[in-house]
Design a protein around this ligand. Structure first.
Ligand code: NOJ
Ligand code: CA
Length: 689
């Protein structure tokens, strides 16, 4: 008996240490991902991530630098850890890449408390899904920590190798950059050649923006981003090339402050996607799942295709400003577009340059009060255009270019949205070209994050959907605010019209699909048919084939898809049929194949019908793809209309060589075809039994 008493403390010690390890460890539901959360010997928290037993994120510290009267956090102790083992709780997207979203994770929350005064408390919350993890800091309500001046959030991501990385610089003002693909050790954002034509750009550190996607030499894909960016600053990742380490570098302001928050407060989730197939990054719902569920019903918004009085301005045939004599937004021109939309089943028309202010746009970049959001130019009868559109079933999309003067916009929000309500207009495209006024604030800092949110909230109350250009990055907030329908936040099609570097190269979109698109819907505006822009531009063109322009309607997701080209380029064009047919709202999405920067093939099933659509795009290389049609229903027959590159197609030499073939296919069918250099293919599958 005595012997056992002697052994007891030892057994207890063993039990305890096991308990503390399992308490601080969390695995994904399929057990492939394992996360460890703990304190180091100085009482500072860290985490570590393994995938199938191999470390993918090595010991990475968590913490903050605080300003104001607050001292930095001293040593913590663990007060409590609690696990939440969840079964799958699917939920529905009102519009999206799919209808039903699986939400399958295990969770761990660790409560920390400083060991010495002022005994501040902090929760670390982790959720681990089968395709990655998210974690955030939660500061509970506490008298000894009411306001926090955050000088830095020091969250680390400590990589385990010199991975291949697709990156854009950690610009505080704009995401409109071309991606570079280098080894981690070669990232040099400070040397990134910023396009001279960009009105706004500020890259203070060797940092990169998110979503940041990587491939390890073991063939694993990692992508770093954030979810639910609310009342906080956007995250960029500062690069430590030698140690393969990244540290959160929040976007700040010229006062040296990153964020000021009041407790209770939760930071955005820091997310790490970890998958074995590149396409699984696109299929992942991790970011959406880390956002709160919808705050309101959005049945008043219907996904739609839209045209625009827009491309004209970018290729220089018309202007926003009405005094030029080539004003785009005239009553007459708008009616011509409305007629064409109505004839082709296109639900909406964006009209830019309708309101006063454009004549001062470029000259008065530093000034507030340039734009007026209620007064049309004299040659544009807003009410008549809207009524004409209504009579033909075409809604006008409002345009509010703020010229990066958010205070001017906020002053007019109520009146501008009241006007839209009066006219029955339910969508607005916003824009923030230029340096933010007041000076010292940046597009991606906390002040602007709050502005973009205020716009969304005010718009939601007025039943208005928002498509933001020069936006804050998407962090899945469309789940909570489903009126956040789309946004830019990348080099869009417009660069092909005027960019002095010749536009977006053929590998741009095969990279975007695995980087920017992981954040959410993109208003890329695909569908230019006059690829060479003849006779308007002699130095620029769209750097893809025509078939790829069609494929983009499926590959690049947005619930509003533009038909940007001029009417004369679509009228009577056989390939236009695909754009008429293609859906904009999806029941299901499957990424059939793809490799970052090379190619991607995506099939999507239309909501409410049995039809599928497929898009495949290639970079500058020609390739043969083989499409297994096993996504189609068994035992059913489909008519597939295949729009593919012609035999001699090439994005530069011969971009408009295309062919259309109609074939019957089944679940067991296989379609093999060639994608030209910079090419693509688009297929509509219509079920016929
Ligand atoms: C930049 C936007 O991306 C573009 O779509 C718009 O036409 C101009 N700003 C003018 O607002
Ligand atoms: Ca833009």
């Amino acid at each position: 008996m005595k012997k056992y008493w002697i052994l007891c403390p030892f057994i207890l010690f063993l039990l305890n240490s096991c308990l503390s390890i399992s308490n601080n460890t969390l695995t994904s539901p399929n057990r492939c991902i394992r996360v460890n959360v703990d304190l180091n010997t100085e009482g500072q928290p860290f985490y570590l991530v393994k995938y199938k037993g191999k470390t993918v994120i090595d010991t990475s510290m968590l913490g903050f630098d605080l300003g104001g009267d607050a001292s930095n956090f001293s040593a913590f102790k663990v007060v409590k850890t609690s696990h939440s083992m969840r079964r799958n709780e699917p939920w529905e997207l009102p519009w999206g890449e799919q209808r039903v979203v699986e939400d399958n994770f295990n969770g761990l929350t660790v409560l920390l408390k400083e060991e010495a005064a002022p005994y501040r408390k902090l929760f670390l919350e982790f959720k681990v899904f089968n395709d990655g993890l998210g974690f955030r800091y939660i500061f509970p309500d506490q008298s000894n920590l009411e306001e926090m001046v955050i000088l830095d959030e020091n969250t680390e991501f400590n990589l385990t190798g010199d991975h291949r990385v697709w990156w854009i610089p950690g610009d505080w003002d704009i995401y409109e950059h071309l991606y570079k693909n280098t080894r981690f050790s070669e990232i040099n954002a400070l040397d990134y050649a910023v396009l001279s034509g960009l009105a706004q750009t500020y890259i203070p550190e060797n940092a990169v923006n998110t979503p940041l996607t990587m491939k390890t030499d073991d063939g694993l894909y990692l992508s770093f981003h954030e979810a639910n960016l609310t009342n906080y600053a956007g995250m960029t990742l500062k690069i430590d090339n030698k140690n393969y380490k990244m540290i959160n570098e929040l976007v700040g302001n010229d006062k040296g402050i990153k964020a000021i928050v009041k407790t209770p407060f939760a930071t955005p989730w820091r997310t790490i996607q970890i998958v074995e197939q590149a396409g699984d990054l696109i299929e992942s719902n991790l970011i959406l799942n880390l956002n709160p569920s919808a705050k309101f019903d959005i049945s008043w918004f219907k996904p739609t295709k839209y045209m625009g009085i827009w491309w004209d301005m970018h290729i220089g045939t018309r202007t926003w400003d009405y005094k030029s004599g080539r004003h785009g937004a005239t009553t007459e021109y708008a009616k011509k577009y409305i007629d064409f939309c109505a004839e082709n089943g296109i639900g909406a028309l964006l009209v830019e340059g309708w309101n006063t202010g454009w004549e001062r746009w470029f000259g008065d970049f530093d000034r507030e009060g340039v734009f007026d959001f209620v007064t049309p130019y004299p040659d544009y009868d807003l009410e008549e255009v809207v009524a004409y559109g209504k009579s033909k079933g075409v809604e006008i999309i409002m345009h509010h270019e703020t010229s990066a003067a958010p205070r001017t916009y906020e002053q007019q929000l109520d009146t501008a949205y009241a006007l839209m309500n009066k006219l029955g207009i339910s969508a607005v495209k916003t824009g923030y070209v230029g340096k933010i006024i007041p000076k010292g604030e940046y597009h991606h800092g906390q002040w602007m994050v709050n502005h973009y949110r205020k716009v969304l909230q005010t718009a939601a109350r007025a039943h208005i959907a928002v498509n933001a250009h020069e936006p804050i990055k998407d962090t899945g907030i469309r789940r909570t605010y489903p009126n956040a329908i789309s946004r830019e936040g990348l080099r869009g099609q417009e660069f092909n019209a005027w960019s002095p570097d010749g536009g977006n190269p053929p590998n741009h979109l095969p990279i975007v699909a695995f980087t920017r698109m992981l954040a959410g819907p993109i208003d890329y505006t695909p569908g230019i048919f006059n690829i060479k822009l003849t006779p308007y531009k002699d130095y620029n063109q769209v750097n893809t084939t025509l078939a790829q322009q069609l494929a983009l309607y499926v590959v690049i997701y947005s619930p509003i898809q533009m038909l940007p080209d001029l009417i004369e380029n679509y009228e009577g064009h056989p390939a236009f049929q695909f754009i008429r047919d293609v859906a904009v709202d999806w029941e299901e999405t499957r990424v059939l194949d793809g490799e970052i920067g090379k190619f991607v093939t995506i099939a999507r099933k239309e909501r409410g019908t049995d039809n599928w659509f497929l898009g495949s795009i290639s970079n500058e290389d020609e390739r043969r793809i083989s499409i297994e049609c096993n996504f189609l229903d068994r035992g059913k027959k489909y008519t597939a209309v295949i729009y593919s590159d012609g035999k001699n197609a090439h994005w530069d030499d011969n971009p408009t060589d295309y062919q259309i073939d109609t074939v019957t296919v089944y679940h067991r069918s296989n379609i093999s075809l060639n994608l030209a250099p910079g090419g693509g293919c688009a297929i509509s599958f219509r079920r016929s039994n």
